[in-house]
Design a protein around this ligand. Structure first.
Ligand code: NDP
Length: 294
């Protein structure tokens, strides 16, 4: 058996195209253009690349990018003042603060300062609480992307056994919550889980969000399972060249799984597409327009 490859690049491109046409419709029918503010503090090279890619995607979707780059020396008070200004700006529908922040700034405090209706990362405690209690709110982008990808294989996840490895606030917990709202039976595994391999073997849907290269082996996978690999790990490959691998041993797993996301080209591209989706949803909400069904 060879697993179907879940092509995140294609799924993300299709979603972005649907978002762009919805943005064009919003503009022509209501004169509204979604605006996304991306705040970058300092000059971390990886963060700069992420921010550049986000701004490019925002522009391509027909939205307004509002980029704010601050020096690494900016004080917490100054950053909070910028957030307050963006919260009050009617042209800004979404606010994203690129993490990590310099050590002298309390990231929690900054996330809490973002107006929850503009919190397109879905990290604000109000959105976390809304999600947990089944109320509408903004949901974190990477977890949303994982579930969209799983549903390209099986449109209904109802009744399936889902195992999530990882319990971070950014990926593990919200993806488990989303799977629960899809009526899957969800297990959250972590570093203290006993016999992780046996737990994984029960999974019809396995989500790996660990941050350890090729940690999940082929014989941990239930035959036919849907495997979503969130991991992004830089390792040294053949000839000393650096390359990116996921949390799942792809070659082994793809001989057993029914469908699997590659790394790169799986979950990664979905994160930006879901950021655009959240910005579009927030814009509709701010303008009392019905949320688009994408
Ligand atoms: P964290 O380090 O915050 O969380 C890792 C989780 O994995 C923890 O819950 C930890 O358990 C668990 N874990 C660690 N070691 C083991 C082990 N030996 N057995 C079982 N569980 C273990 O990472 P993130 O959630 O932020 O990210 C996870 C991965 O996803 C990373 O590779 C990251 O780069 C990637 N990522 C990719 C994104 C994308 O867009 N594709 C976006 C965000 C992240 P415990 O809680 O017990 O310590």
């Amino acid at each position: 058996m060879t697993a179907k490859i879940i092509d995140g690049k294609t799924v993300a491109a299709e979603l972005r195209a649907r978002i762009a046409s919805e943005v064009a419709r919003l503009k022509s029918a209501h004169g509204v253009t979604p605006g996304l503010a991306v705040v970058l503090v300092g000059a971390d090279p990886a963060s700069e690349v992420y921010v550049r890619n986000k701004s490019k995607a925002v522009t391509e979707a027909g939205m307004n990018p509002v980029d704010r780059h601050l020096p690494a020396t900016v004080s917490e008070v100054e950053l909070l003042a910028l957030i307050a200004q963006l919260n009050a700006d009617p042209k800004v529908n979404g606010i994203l603060v690129q993490l990590p922040l310099p050590k002298h700034i309390d990231a929690q405090k900054v996330i809490h300062a973002i107006a929850s209706e503009k919190d397109v990362d879905g990290f604000h405690p109000l959105n976390v609480g809304r999600h947990a209690s089944g109320s509408p709110g903004l949901v974190p982008c990477t977890p949303l992307g994982c579930v969209i990808l799983a549903k390209t294989v099986k449109p209904s996840l109802e009744g399936l056994d889902a195992v999530v490895i990882g319990r971070s606030n950014i990926v593990g917990k919200p993806v488990a919550q989303l799977l629960l709202s899809e009526n899957a039976t969800v297990t959250i595994a972590h570093s203290k889980t006993r016999d992780l391999a046996a737990v994984c073997r029960r999974a019809d849907v396995l989500i790996a969000a660990i941050g350890r290269p090729e940690f999940v082996r082929g014989d941990w996978i239930k035959p036919g399972a849907i495997v979503i690999d969130v991991g992004i790990n830089r390792v040294t490959g053949e000839g000393g060249k650096s390359k990116i691998v996921g949390d799942v041993a792809y070659a082994e797993a793809s001989r057993v799984a029914g469908a699997i996301t590659p790394v790169p080209g799986g979950v990664g591209p979905m994160t930006i597409a879901c950021l655009l989706l959240n910005t579009l949803r927030a814009t509709c909400e701010h303008n009392n327009l019905p949320a688009p069904s994408l």
